[in-house]
Design a protein around this ligand. Sequence first.
Ligand code: MN
Length: 302
Amino acid sequence: MKRRDLLLSSAALALACARKSSTTSTRAVSLVVPAQPTKDGAGVSLHRALGQRALAMLDPFLMLDEFQTENPDDYIAGFPDHPHRGFETVTYMIDGAMEHRDSVGNHGRLGPGAAQWMTAGRGIVHSEMPKQERGLMWGFQLWVNLPARRKLIPPRYQDIAPTLIPEVALEKGRLRVIAGTAEGQIGPVSGIDVEPLFVDVTLEPGGAFTLPTSPQHTSFVFVTDGAMRVGATRQEVPKGHLAVLTPGQVLQLEGSHGRALVLAGRPLGEPVARWGPFVMNTDAEIQQAIADYRSGRLVRGS
Ligand code: MN
């Protein structure tokens, strides 16, 4: 090939790449952080992927914890009665169970494969107690922010039985759609302000998964088993690591015996004032939440 032809062909290639990225921009990995071991509740050992020193939040997502252990001493004390105000807690169990009971009179047990999307709104007090099933306990809790104008709405529960979560077989893998749309399946979680996407995807070696996303929505991938090649550059992300993605129209995963939670949501772009189980917009609102909790108004609402 002559030099001129080579220049022409590389120019054509560059143009083709530019065209491709302008029509279908694939999200890339901008940051990878390892989940950090920590304790919360009454001494539950867990790994915190989001809401830690290296990654305080990813608007609108505030926290992501993973509980995975075969040793009951790691979690038996659980999360006794504690309040929440101003955001949503999402519990997702792969193995084992989470028993919950709250100040509004709800109680139940999330078994393997179940999810709960709990909108705390103006306030609830609840307990969450992890339990083993068949010697296993593996679950997650995600915190999702509420917009300022909706922080004090009445609490709302969406308890989702495993059978209500669509499961899709891929050529070399499978996925479960908890919220949002993937592979033509609509997840059962509805009416959430940040229009969340929440998918649990398993890929065998050679398996791939491509998902259209709202380009400006915040998105991340938390690898829960094995490893995944993530994003435009197919960066390998191992188990226990969270990969933050750049904006883009398409989210791309390739497997090498991997499983991951894929999240996306509309950023709120509002100030965040955060103290323990309360997430508001200002320090004054945090002080009010603490005062309301102490006086019992958090759950009575007046
Ligand atoms: Mn809680």
